[in-house]
Design a protein around this ligand. Structure first.
Ligand code: BG6
Length: 284
């Protein structure tokens, strides 16, 4: 079966042997394997029972990135919004000669009463996961099905599993001005990103693919953005790792978040309007 629906997750299996796994909670993709090798990081301490956003995988950030700021309507929403902490539905699954696809849905009738009050807009999200032999595309579509315009951020908050933080770099962001959330400044990226400490940076208007090559060994991953212009790079390093209950103290060595989305500015979506953005992950 190319797509099997278990009680709390959906597993996609490609004839090539590639596979992916998506929890209905948050529509969080928690695994992408090619040639039996896992590419996605999920913390050993991640909580998978639907009581907290999954620490790892690809949590979906919507409709606000981080904490909203008053007086914006998103100010009272939980950090990174409600999409990652809501129970999604599997809408359809299909396969053709090259791909296996599963589509997940979330709308205003499915979110908690509390979040509905905080964000009183009628919306529909469709998240499509398309698995091919050596690539995976994750696409988010946002529909405004109500009669008033709303603002949103969207982000595919991808946690990559890496050999070791000291043996990867992030390539493709050189020359771009970014907001360094650790130092609270805006600076220009000069050259590749090397991980040597906490990183929490927001790059706007990214025009090229972003690569995470494994230095000193073969391989790596690439993120190709479609209809998305911002990239967040995050690694909590020692201090922030220790402060997170659902993240092992040493796990920061094994992960890096390279997150594709629209977060530098809100997108305003008129009544009846639609928006979509996606990323295609591939191997180097
Ligand atoms: C990143 C943010 O996208 O997500 C960071 O830029 C944040 O500031 C990180 O710490 C993790 O967020 P959370 O809510 O999952 O702990």
């Amino acid at each position: 079966m190319p797509v099997s629906h278990q009680s709390n997750k959906v597993v996609l299996t490609h004839p090539s042997g590639a596979s992916a796994e998506v929890y209905l909670y948050g529509a969080t993709l928690t695994s992408w394997k090619v040639a039996n090798k896992e590419r996605i990081f999920v913390s050993e301490k991640a909580i998978l029972d639907g009581s907290k956003a999954i620490r790892g995988g690809i949590p979906l950030v919507f409709p606000v990135f981080g904490k909203g700021k008053a007086p914006h309507v998103t100010a009272a929403l939980p950090q990174h919004g409600f999409a990652r902490i809501s129970q999604w539905k599997l809408l359809i699954s299909s396969d053709d000669a090259n791909t296996v696809t599963a589509e997940f849905g979330l709308d205003h009738t499915l979110i908690s009463e509390e979040n509905r009050k905080l964000w009183p807009f009628d919306f529909s999200l469709v998240y499509t996961v398309k698995l091919a032999a050596e690539t995976i595309e994750t696409k988010l579509r946002v529909h405004n099905v109500g009669d008033k315009s709303f603002d949103f951020n969207a982000l595919l908050h991808t946690y990559f599993l890496i050999p070791d933080a000291s043996r990867v770099k992030v390539v493709g962001l050189s020359g771009i001005d970014y907001v360094d959330k650790v130092l609270a400044t805006t600076v220009r990226q000069e050259g590749d990103i090397i991980l040597e400490g906490e990183v929490d940076s927001v790059y706007a208007n990214v025009k090229s693919d972003v690569q995470i090559p494994y230095v000193a060994e073969e391989g790596g991953v690439q993120v190709h953005l479609k209809g998305l212009s911002d990239v967040v790079v995050w690694n909590p390093w020692v201090g922030k790792a220790a402060a997170m209950a659902d993240f092992g103290d040493d796990e920061f060595h094994k992960m890096i978040c390279v997150e594709a989305g629209q977060v530098a500015e809100f997108i305003a979506l008129a009544a009846g309007g639609s928006w979509e953005g996606s990323q295609v992950l591939s191997l180097l």
